[in-house]
Design a protein around this ligand. Structure first.
Ligand code: NDP
Length: 311
């Protein structure tokens, strides 16, 4: 196992990690980044991104991440493949193990490990991921303007996605597997009041229909056994996200779902010198632009921490 030291270690390579890298590198922190399981993050699974400012004509997710990477490399970020598998954040310096390959000690660590959308696990869902299946209404809803869509899920996210889509689409059908929502009462009241949202309770999703693009959803009422087919062109899965924070358990403060807790108005965690950015600490906004913003905050916080150490 190789051993190295860096002033600033960035774990994860989505918009948060790359933005942190650009800021840290330009501040001469010579950041080292481990790109993780999915270099580029969730945007590598996205087609067109139309809501990231600066790309007036839109850009494909992977092409956008290539730009982020090139910009981080332009300022000499040391970007490496590899997954952080163990961390020792209370040691001085902090220590991170990269699989069985490397042991990195660091003065500051920026966590940008992101979150992963949960999927139903249907083969048809996987097959149609670039043809109408999405896990983000704010990202993809626009493509279904004036069309009919389906949202699966019964939490706050599903209600928010359905309300958002109802403004763009002629009809939104929500498939709820139980006879009630998990979402807060206020959110449920909101969707119940929207005229073009239809809620189907006790409904299990069986298959997403369509060859090249989504044409409908096959479902079943789990009380009556009735088969249901809902025509739609967009299929939105909103059954939750899982933050990629397992390795930080028992060291960093996190909520009951594993989202890291930052000090409000900063990227600081409960351990000085350790910062969090992006979806690993965000269950509300989950946007590339918000991740990038907090990546910038994390790098600025790390820079100030190092400057104070040197004083
Ligand atoms: P949740 O974990 O709260 O809800 C997930 C929902 O998905 C549940 O209703 C669950 O159903 C359903 N589900 C899970 N698996 C399946 C499946 N295989 N088939 C059908 N349905 C399924 O996730 P959210 O993303 O909604 O919210 C995460 C957290 O973020 C929550 O704490 C929420 O309050 C918060 N949040 C807050 C917002 C706000 O305040 N504006 C906005 C968005 C999120 P079941 O109920 O049957 O288990």
């Amino acid at each position: 196992m190789t051993k190295e030291h860096t002033k600033c270690l960035i774990i994860g390579s989505g918009p948060a990690g790359y933005t942190a890298a650009i800021y840290a590198a330009r501040a001469d922190l010579k950041p080292m980044m481990y790109a993780g399981l999915q270099p580029g993050g969730q945007l590598m699974e996205t087609t067109e991104v139309e809501n990231f400012p600066g790309f007036a004509d839109g850009i494909d997710g992977p092409a956008m991440m290539a730009q982020f990477k090139a910009q981080a490399e332009r300022f000499d970020t040391d970007i490496r493949d590899g997954l952080a598998t163990e961390v020792f954040l209370n040691e001085s310096p902090k220590r991170v193990i990269i699989e069985d390959k490397a042991e990195i000690t660091a003065d500051t660590i920026i966590i940008s490990t992101g979150a992963s959308a949960k999927w139903l696990g249907l083969p048809s869902e996987e097959r149609l991921k670039s043809g109408g299946v999405s896990a983000c209404a704010v990202c993809d809803g626009f493509f279904y303007k004036g069309e009919e869509v389906v949202v699966v899920g019964a939490g706050d996210s599903a209600c928010e996605e359905a309300s958002y889509l109802a403004k763009l689409c002629t009809k939104v059908t929500m498939l709820v597997r139980k006879d009630h929502f998990r979402a807060s009462k206020a959110m449920v009241h909101r969707v119940e009041k929207i005229k073009n949202i239809e809620i189907l309770y006790n409904t299990d999703t069986l298959e997403v229909l369509g060859d090249m693009g989504v044409t409908g959803v096959k479902a079943k009422n789990n009380k009556t056994g009735e088969d249901i087919e809902v025509p739609c062109t967009g299929f939105f899965v909103a059954i939750g996200h899982k933050p990629n924070t397992d390795i930080f358990k028992d060291q960093l403060d996190m909520d009951d779902q594993g989202y890291l807790i930052n000090e409000p108005g900063s990227a600081k965690t409960n351990i000085p010198g350790v910062y969090v950015s992006g979806d690993a600490a965000d269950k509300i906004y989950k946007q590339a632009i918000t991740a990038a913003g907090t990546g910038c905050m994390a790098a600025l916080d790390a820079e100030r921490y190092l400057a104070n150490l040197e004083d």
